[in-house]
Ligand binder design. Structure first.
Ligand code: FE2
Ligand code: FE2
Length: 188
């Protein structure tokens, strides 16, 4: 784990490295609470933003170099592109082969339908880690105390209108995720 942290520190800005460590702390708390593998959650949380400090050109270079499958919207949205590139780098630079860890990294920006427990923990922790000091994070923290699906729904309901307000494109995977978690809520 120390080797991973050392390499990660070299790849990230100070802020993103601190965010990754804090996301890891939060994610481990959720893993314990919900009985999910701490080992997998630790790796996914530490590595979720491993491509975050790259420039847009570097991200594109990696997409081309490794032939990373990305859709058109991801390709032109820098804020989304570090997730598929991060998944690939977790595999080639950090030797991660576990598909649950890799998919948690892949979907930590857009979310997705039918996410694994690990993927949900990473998505939620990314939003509520203690470095996030806005009111929404505090409210999502409360939701995550009891029910990770409720926390997912809460965050998607905050993030999507925020993107609408910002007048930026919204990935259809996020809308599908919102509908999926709404459907799940209705069945409860
Ligand atoms: Fe990220
Ligand atoms: Fe993050």
């Amino acid at each position: 784990m120390d080797n991973i942290k050392k390499k990660l520190k070299e790849m990230l800005t100070r802020e993103t490295y601190a965010h990754s460590l804090s996301t890891c702390e939060t994610a481990l708390g959720l893993a314990r609470r919900f009985g999910v593998s701490e080992k997998k959650v630790r790796l996914a949380a530490l590595l979720h933003d491993c491509a975050k400090s790259m420039s847009y050109d570097e991200l594109i270079c990696n997409v081309e170099k490794y032939k990373i499958p990305v859709d058109r919207l991801e390709l032109k949205t820098e804020a989304l592109l570090h997730a598929p590139v991060g998944k690939k780098l977790a595999s080639v630079l950090f030797g991660i082969t576990d598909s649950q860890i890799l998919n948690a990294i892949r979907y930590h920006t857009t979310a997705a339908s039918a996410m694994s427990a690990i993927a949900k923990i990473i998505y939620v922790s990314d939003f509520i880690e203690l470095g996030r000091d806005h009111k929404e994070a505090a409210d999502a923290r409360k939701a995550a105390e009891k029910d990770i699906d409720k926390a997912m729904l809460f965050i998607l309901r905050k993030k999507i209108p925020y993107l609408v307000k910002k007048k930026v494109l919204i990935h259809p995977r996020s809308i599908r995720a919102l509908n999926w978690f709404l459907g799940k809520e209705e069945k409860k």
